[in-house]
Design a protein. Sequence first.
Length: 180
Amino acid sequence: MKEKKIYILQVHTGTIPSKIVKIITNYEYSHVLLSTDNSFKKMYSFGRRTINNPLNGGFIIESYDGLFFKKYSKTKCRLYELKINDSQYSDLINILKEYEKEPLKYNYDFIGAIGRTLHINVKRKNHYVCSQFVAEVMEQSKIYKFDKPTQFIKPVDFEGLPDSEIIYDGYLYDIGAVNV
């Protein structure tokens, strides 16, 4: 089978919510995105839908040079490249297309975020946090099976995945210059 590549981005924007996540997780990065190509023009995740309202959250498609990351231009980033096969890639694309069809159907899981902090397993239909979403689509497309429920996955859990390597560590605004 032919090899494909996808990208996992761990980021820290410096917003108040990201600072809270960083304190709770005691980890350098507070947000996770998935990109299916190296243009980073379509990065999938769960986060704020509007720049100035962190309470309006859900499924989002962001670009490294979009309005949100222009406002938070000092966003730090670690970029992982994962090698997958054609079948996994095709499944992933189809899963993401389902989210794209009805983006407002999917909401940010504020209750689940509180539950995970208290180590309570809360799983709500069509509600996700960023790391849970990325883990879930990776599991559904048979890219990787995590050793704990996806609702407990944190940004740190994307370190050291099989067939992955760090290819960039720096500011997100410079990612367009990364030669991958």
